[in-house]
Design a protein around this ligand. Structure first.
Ligand code: FAD
Length: 585
């Protein structure tokens, strides 16, 4: 059996970029790395059993403190997500659903509801958010489970499915129809106000009706739940009758950043194992890290890990500043972090060979768990839909200086989610071209200048597509453009947070990056920068003669230089332990 699962001495990329370490998170990190805890988690996952004892261990180490409405902050909860996902996806999502489930309370709960949630958390209860119904999936507005006025309260009926904590967690926030679906034909008022959120405690009328066996996160409790005439008092309503959909939208705009942090943890966990394996697996008389192709997979993983961490961290800090108004940045992060983390895990599969597919060995966990992050909490398609709406707005956006606000995002100390999310509704998303230009001019970072040209090319193509009538009619094209934008944003976040010149301009946090990280950032900017040029060029062909060649010719010719590759290769090799014969199995 494998002995080492990860480099316990090096914090994950999210934490390295954040610099400071939180004492509760550090204690939990150490606990999850203990061999007996890892064994317990492995056994629970093999049995598909809810990891009760490990969750108790996390509670004993201060988990509840991080979740209390008068303690919870976005950077800390995202740090928790990244840290747990680096160890174990099942634990990560089981812990993470508490932040998700409590978000409506942070965002719109009354003082009494915040106090009630805190008491229940302290009493050992966990939270679940019940949105989904099997029949309607992503389209919450067709949901049927309902709450009907009954005396001084409401009577709840209907079923929710695929609920994380659906059988085990007792603090329930449920999204229920409080108005009828209306006439089948004829004009109908907006359905947006047909739903209300309720905060309730599980009782005998809240019936679990079956646990799903999931390919990823097999120890998580993903269950169905049925309300069998459950009665709740009127003061169980969160945020007002008819406000359910609005509060859920804000909730998801914040939680997307948490999922991006899960993806960051997954990428870091995969890198840990792959690096360790490549440096110790010896089949030709020296570690396989000496093989050029294996080394390249590792370099790509390291590069992706840092880009994912920077993007997820920026989303969490933007949420800290703007609350749900940072929805553009969290949607970007959710899409691109999940996608790039999947890519990082695939690169690692090439390093591990068969050992990536053996369920008794730890890498297989990342292979299966990484798939979940882009699927729940709004699928990747929904993120692209959201991002594409912003991209269209960027076409007509006039440039206003952005650096002051960027500095504010990075400099603001962590503040309560309860405060951050109760700001007036004013989405924050200045045009991408201007943000890239502002950074390039102030920092002199070449890569930021290239991003500005690429972003301008992308925005010009969107304008062409709109003029040609392609934008509104071609969802696949819109999504491809939006996906390109997310890569640009990810590289911009990397410039801001992971390059010393970017941090100096943006007043980003003091990092604890190592020399190998700096080399990996250069690798990322060359490699993924060239990918953006290719993506914009491909779009220009799709849009056709109206858009094409002129824009395509302006794009920077980018790519990895031999020096950048050599620098990272040498550092990646530096930790090689030589022919130890230890192969991780
Ligand atoms: C492990 C796990 C945990 C979960 N936890 C919870 C939880 O705690 N609470 C909860 O309420 N739910 C939870 N869910 C449910 C999850 O949020 C839904 O599965 C998800 O929202 C998508 O719904 P669906 O799978 O039915 O896909 P569908 O909505 O049926 O979509 C099918 C396909 O169509 C695509 N699609 C949908 N809409 C569009 C569009 N407008 N444009 C283009 N493509 C589109 C989707 O991306 C998808 O690829 C969980 C699911 C899993 C797997």
């Amino acid at each position: 059996m494998i002995q080492r699962e990860r480099r316990t001495d090096v914090p994950g990329a999210f934490q390295r970029l954040l610099g400071q370490s939180d004492p509760i998170l550090s204690t939990m990190d150490g606990y999850l790395a203990e061999p007996h805890v890892r064994d317990r988690l492995r056994a629970d996952e093999a049995a598909g059993a809810y990891s009760r004892s490990v969750l108790t261990g996390l509670r004993e180490r201060g988990l509840v403190d991080l979740l209390l409405p008068d303690r919870a902050t976005a950077p800390q909860l995202c740090g928790l997500a990244a840290l747990t996902a680096r160890h174990n996806g099942s634990v990560a999502v089981t812990v993470g659903v508490n932040g998700l489930g409590l978000l409506p309370v942070y965002i719109a709960g009354s003082p009494d509801q915040c106090a009630t949630a805190a008491t229940r958390l302290r009493n050992g209860q966990f939270a679940a958010l019940m949105l989904s119904e099997l029949a309607y999936g992503s389209n919450l507005l067709r949901n049927e489970a309902s709450a009907r006025p009954d005396g001084d309260g409401y009577r709840l009926q209907g079923a929710k499915e695929l609920i994380n904590g659906g059988a085990e967690h007792d603090i329930i926030v449920a999204f229920l129809r409080t108005d009828g679906p209306g006439p089948a034909a004829g004009p109908r008022r907006s359905p947006l106000r047909d739903f209300t959120l309720f905060l309730l405690e599980r009782d005998a009328t809240v019936l679990p009706h079956g646990r799903w066996r999931t390919l990823p996160v097999p120890a998580a409790d993903i269950s169905g739940v049925r309300f069998a005439d459950t009665w709740v008092p009127a003061n169980a309503v969160v945020g007002g009758v008819g406000q359910g959909f609005a509060v859920v939208q804000k909730t998801l705009m914040v939680s997307h950043g948490g999922v991006a942090a899960f993806a960051s943890g997954a990428a870091s966990g995969a890198v840990d194992i792959a690096v360790d394996h490549a440096r110790t697996r010896n089949i030709y008389g020296q570690p396989i890290v000496e093989l050029g192709a294996i080394n390249e997979h590792l370099m790509r993983m390291m590069a992706l890990d840092l880009v994912v961490a920077a993007t997820a961290l920026k989303a969490s800090l933007a949420t800290n500043r703007f609350g749900a108004n940072a929805g553009y940045f969290t949607a970007v992060a959710k899409y691109v972090c999940c996608r790039l983390a999947e890519e990082a895990v695939s690169e690692g599969r090439q390093v591990l060979g068969a050992r990536a597919l053996l369920e008794d060995l730890p890498y297989a966990r990342f292979v299966r768990d990484v798939l979940v992050y882009g699927t729940f909490d709004g699928t990747s398609h929904l993120m692209l839909d959201h991002v594409s709406e912003y991209l269209l707005r960027f076409v007509d956006r006039r440039h206003k200086p952005t650096l002051d606000m960027t500095r504010e995002i990075y400099a603001l100390p962590p503040r309560l989610l309860r405060d951050a999310t109760r700001q007036p509704w004013r989405p924050y998303a200045p045009g991408v071209v201007g943000r890239c230009q502002d950074l390039a001019e102030a920092s002199g970072i070449d890569a930021a200048g290239h991003l500005a040209i690429q972003a301008q090319g992308l925005v010009d193509l969107v304008a062409c597509a709109r003029a040609a009538g392609l934008w509104s009619g071609d969802q696949a094209l819109r999504f491809q453009a939006a996906a390109t934008l997310t890569t640009i944003e990810a590289l911009l976040a990397t410039c801001e947070l992971a390059l010393p010149a970017g941090r100096a301009v943006c007043a980003g946090p003091e990092t604890s990056l190592e020399a190998v990280d700096r080399a990996a950032v250069d690798y990322a900017l060359g490699w993924l920068g060239a990918r953006v040029t290719d993506q914009v060029r491909e779009l220009s062909f799709l849009i056709g003669p109206g858009g094409g060649e002129r824009i395509s010719n302006r794009l920077p010719q980018l790519g990895l230089t031999p020096q950048v590759r050599r620098a990272l290769r040498e550092l990646a090799l530096a930790g090689s332990t030589g022919p130890t014969g230890r192969d991780g199995a």
